[in-house]
Design a protein around this ligand. Structure first.
Ligand code: MG
Length: 230
């Protein structure tokens, strides 16, 4: 892996735990509607709302909260007790107040790479929430730049690279999502490392195999160091 100048890290489920918290909130949400539908059907209804609203609401906790409220109204045919809405808001606020749990090896990897590359965070989600998480994580000082992106498609990466004044061949993206962190970056000529997390949001799933000369997969974040420090 030669010519890398900037390394960008995804945040959720790459630097710290995220998806398990969302799944926990979703399970509690499904419990709220169990008088109306079985849990897995509530999950499906919620996912349907989220996908319909994604262009309008974008990613993040507050978007999920709105989708949950819309799902309650649809599933109950607008007869929901206000307590269900109140509980949903509570679950969302709990998500926003979760402590930050760094994934194993993250701190050591950033420590080893700092000064050798320009390090960047490139993440989706609510602006305020991601800023709060980054501050709570204690990792902010490792990064030259933090980019909170409304989406992670090719055009979004072009914009980021232009802002960073970096050519694709000098750019490496590291993340847990093939769809958001790997495929668009390879497509524009950058390098990508996939570090799978044990659980993935359905929206980020990819069914086909990803291949490319500039693409690597590692089991843990610590495994990238030999590749980047040699
Ligand atoms: Mg992620």
């Amino acid at each position: 892996m030669t010519g890398i100048q900037i390394i960008a890290f995804d945040a959720d489920d790459t630097l710290w735990v995220n998806e398990p918290y969302f799944q926990e909130a979703e399970q509690k949400f499904c419990g709220l509607l169990e008088d109306y539908l079985p849990h897995h059907s509530v999950s499906q209804e919620l996912f349907r709302t989220e996908m319909e609203r994604l262009p309008l609401y974008g990613y993040g906790v507050k978007s999920v909260m709105l989708s949950m409220i819309e799902t309650i109204l649809r599933v109950t045919n607008n007869t929901a007790r206000p307590e269900l809405i109140q509980k949903t808001i509570e679950y969302g606020q709990e998500l926003l107040n979760k402590p930050i749990e760094l994934l194993d090896g993250v701190q050591e990897v950033l420590e080893a790479l700092k000064g050798k590359y320009r390090l960047v965070v490139a993440t989706k989600g609510d602006l305020l929430d991601q800023e709060r998480k980054l501050n709570k994580s204690g990792l902010a000082h490792y990064f030259h730049h933090i980019e909170i992106m409304s989406d992670k498609k090719e055009k979004d990466y072009y914009k980021l690279l232009k802002h960073l004044d970096c050519k694709p061949e000098n750019f490496l993206m590291i993340g847990n999502s093939l769809k958001s962190d790997v495929m668009p970056v390879l497509e524009i000529g950058g390098h990508a490392i996939h570090i799978p997390y044990h659980t993935t949001w359905a929206h980020e799933m990819v069914s086909h195999e990803v291949k490319g000369d500039n693409f690597y997969t590692f089991e843990t974040i610590s495994d990238i160091l030999p590749k980047l420090l040699s």
